[in-house]
Design a protein around this ligand. Structure first.
Ligand SMILES: Cc1cc2nc3c(=O)[nH]c(=O)nc-3n(C[C@H](O)[C@H](O)[C@H](O)COP(=O)(O)O)c2cc1C
Length: 201
């Protein structure tokens, strides 16, 4: 009887362990820790918005691979778990996604981007598009003459029109590169390799 109980306990532990691991790796990237980023003042900045930390992980790895600076788009009003519940059409993120005029406020915009010529711009896909706070950022930041390289993370959607729909928010002097989706489950090694292709494209 004791032996049976022990086997049952071991089985329960094994099952709960693998479930927990799946839950982490299937919803996010395969990254345990954010890497240390040492910027090299090389004109590259990684700007990102990441209420759920997936884009943040990708942004840090890209910045570490490119020795770039990082800037986080922080909302004035942080998104709660309820705000991010996309099963609830009344959740804040869903309401904003459906409202073409929504422009959520940013806590602090970057003061001076003149030393950067290339900006990697990272965001999660919301309803197939970039979250409206990206629109706030682009409409309120002087990016003239810069190259912008969009990247996104998502559960399953591709980047779709989410990147090209951002083009109209900047002036004609901005050179937009084709955007990239970082697949769910990507590893740090894969994202590091991707970083080099983004810049040399
Ligand atoms: C409001 C909302 C809408 C979403 N819409 C989509 C979608 O259309 N397609 C998709 O694949 N994932 C969608 N997702 C999932 C996110 O794109 C995905 O979890 C992303 O990696 C989250 O990044 P973050 O952790 O940096 O916030 C949505 C998430 C939210 C909160």
């Amino acid at each position: 009887m004791k032996k049976g109980l022990a086997i049952l306990l071991i089985l329960l532990l094994v099952c709960s362990g693998s479930l927990a691991e799946d839950a982490v790796t299937s919803a996010t990237l395969k990254i345990d820790m954010l890497p240390a980023v040492e910027a090299a003042d090389n004109g590259i900045l990684v700007v990102y918005f990441s209420p759920g930390d997936t884009v943040r992980a990708a942004a840090y790895i890209l910045a570490a691979a490119l020795s770039a600076d990082l800037f986080e788009i922080v909302p004035e009003e942080p998104y709660t778990t309820d705000d991010l519940n996309y099963y609830d059409r009344n959740a804040r993120s869903m309401v904003e996604t459906g409202d073409s005029t929504a422009r959520p406020a940013i806590a602090e915009l970057p003061e001076d981007l003149s030393r950067y010529d290339t900006i990697l711009l990272g965001y999660p896909i919301w309803g197939g598009q970039a979250p409206k706070i990206l629109y706030t950022f682009l409409e309120n930041t002087d990016l003239s003459g810069k190259t912008i390289i969009p990247f996104c993370t998502s559960n399953s959607s591709g980047i779709g029109s989410s990147d090209t729909n951002l083009h109209a928010l900047t002036d004609d002097s901005v050179l937009w590169q084709k955007g990239t989706r970082i697949k769910k489950g990507s590893t740090a090694e894969e994202i590091t390799l991707l970083a080099q292709t983004l810049i040399t494209e």
